[in-house]
Design a protein around this ligand. Structure first.
Ligand SMILES: [Zn+2]
Length: 85
């Protein structure tokens, strides 16, 4: 699912499919709540492993919560040219 589709609320998630009349229910298959973009990205237990993999990757590239508000380049190649702390 592309970011632009999520941003425009043009996805195949059940909440939006229900809104456009192509799905009987807005509820996610996990049974927690409506299948919205926020639920899909942040809360749904069906995607826990994929979400954790994404968060690990974000932390690995230095954009995680410990660097909130900062762009960090720890490698020597970039450290001399990019440091926004
Ligand atoms: Zn769910």
């Amino acid at each position: 699912m592309s970011y632009s589709r999520m941003f425009l609320h043009d996805t195949h998630l059940k909440y939006e499919s229900h809104r456009t009349g192509t799905c009987d229910t807005p509820q996610c298959d996990c049974g927690m709540t409506a299948d919205t973009v926020e639920h899909f990205l942040i809360h749904c237990c069906k995607y826990y492993n994929e979400r954790q993999e994404m968060l690990d990757f974000i932390n690995d590239i230095g954009c995680g919560s410990k660097y909130k508000g900062c762009l960090v380049a720890d490698t020597p190649r970039w450290a001399s040219t990019v440091t926004f702390r």
